[in-house]
Design a binder for this molecule. Structure first.
Ligand code: PMP
Length: 404
């Protein structure tokens, strides 16, 4: 691989008005900055075409409805969903997982059933399952990690039983960047008759995802990590699974007929989209999908992989730095410095205009497993380049000098 070429910032930084020159933004795993086409799509929707969807009889509303449903088709195409009716717009991955846990889990799980998670899950792929386990009497199991921080699928295989009804795993870890062998996970889950949910928050912005090809049953992601707006995300589920799922939230837009005696519900996706949807968020998400597909997820993956390799090289040359996660991780590097709290690393880096994340990354069980309270994390996007890696490495050297 031509590392110098691959770590050039894809010539995209000019598309991001909120990234001033000389600022190394290395917190894309928390949220991505927004490119001009996304900002323009939001601006256009509010300043030119705005109206509600699905209900208006006037032309503007009909046009907005067409645009909204076209965006659903665009998102379906983006993740290889067989039908746009399988795309549910939610607030984000957190809401998507809660929807599955409450609706699917609430109707399917019974005492004695088991739920398989892994040690590296984000709290939003742990807590919703704990809440539904408590309500239904199901139990949670935790798949361990390999030495280098990947979900240990072979050990998970030996733990899975016919009692397992769902396996819910991160496609890419938000802390370690480790990439799941999703096809193998689907095979293992299906072998015991369990469903597979993939938390795709960190995968969708940095690698091509095709849900049909992966063979999973549920897939969730958040728009704001994909260069789109906050407050919008996607739950994909197989059509026949969605058909059998009861409503989660009740309200307008999700019904067929309402009387005080009895209410009947609309088919998916409407059944799961109660209330006025985030119309403008959906249009912004569509613009984000267009934007990253124009760059190409293959190119983004190569680019971020090269930045990770350069970062791991630069940081491993500094003696006191401990790197976490596998070498071939996707777009994310977690590290610690002996004797320095990650918050201090973050604060000192900020003085050098390098923005990283420091903390438990909503993955406290993983922190406990790694034997740390927190890590520092650098994560990359299409606007980053080698100069950001150099700024980070320079900043880390400064941290080590300050702390002697
Ligand atoms: N899962 C993973 C792997 C994540 O990285 C995040 C966000 N940090 C979430 C779930 C939750 O996403 P959101 O807060 O956008 O709902």
């Amino acid at each position: 691989m031509d590392v110098a070429a691959a770590t050039r910032p894809l010539d995209r930084v000019a598309d991001f008005p909120a990234i001033p020159s000389g600022w190394a933004y290395l917190d894309t795993a928390a949220t991505a900055q927004k490119p001009l086409p996304v900002i323009a799509a939001i601006d256009r929707a509010y300043s030119e075409t705005y109206a509600t969807v699905h209900r208006g009889v006037y032309q503007r509303s009909s046009e907005m409805t067409l645009a909204f449903e076209a965006a659903r088709k665009r998102v379906a195409l983006f993740i290889g969903a067989p039908s746009p009716d399988e795309i549910i717009f939610v607030r984000g991955a957190t809401e998507g997982i809660n929807l599955v846990a409450q609706s699917w889990g609430g109707s399917q799980l019974k005492p004695g059933d088991r739920i398989m998670l892994s040690m590296l899950e984000h709290h939003s792929n742990i807590v919703p399952w704990q809440l539904i386990a408590e309500r239904t009497g199901a139990q949670i199991d935790v798949a361990p990690l390999t030495e280098d921080g990947r979900i240990d699928l072979e050990t998970m295989a030996s733990m899975l039983t016919e009692k397992h009804r769902i396996v819910a795993l991160a496609h890419v870890s938000n802390v370690l960047g480790s990439v799941l062998d999703a096809r193998r996970a689907a095979e293992l889950a299906h072998r015991v008759g369990a469903r597979l949910l993939l938390d795709g928050c960190q995968a969708v912005p940095r690698m091509k995802v095709d849900v049909a090809d992966l063979g999973c049953d549920f897939y969730v992601f958040s728009g704001h990590k994909l260069y789109g707006p906050t407050g919008i995300g996607v739950l994909w589920a197989r059509g026949e699974i969605l058909e059998a799922m009861p409503p989660w939230q009740g309200g307008g837009a999700m019904i067929d007929q309402v009387t005080f005696a009895r209410t009947t519900f609309a088919p998916p996706p409407a059944r799961f989209e109660a209330g006025t949807p985030h119309v403008v968020g959906v249009l912004g998400l569509e613009a984000a999908v267009d934007y990253i597909e124009a760059i190409g997820l293959g190119a983004i993956h190569v680019h971020e992989t090269a930045l990770v390799a350069a970062t791991r090289d630069a940081l491993s040359a500094i003696n006191s730095v401990r790197l976490f996660g596998p070498e071939e991780s996707a777009g994310i590097v977690s590290f610690a410095i002996e004797g320095v709290h990650p918050h201090d690393i973050g604060t000192i880096l900020d003085e050098s205009r390098v923005a990283i994340r420091a903390g438990h990354h909503c993955a406290q069980p993983l922190m406990a497993h790694l034997g740390v309270e927190a890590t520092a994390r650098a994560s990359f996007g299409v606007y980053n380049g080698r100069q950001d890696v150099e700024a980070l490495a320079g900043g880390i050297e400064r941290v080590t000098r300050i702390f002697g």
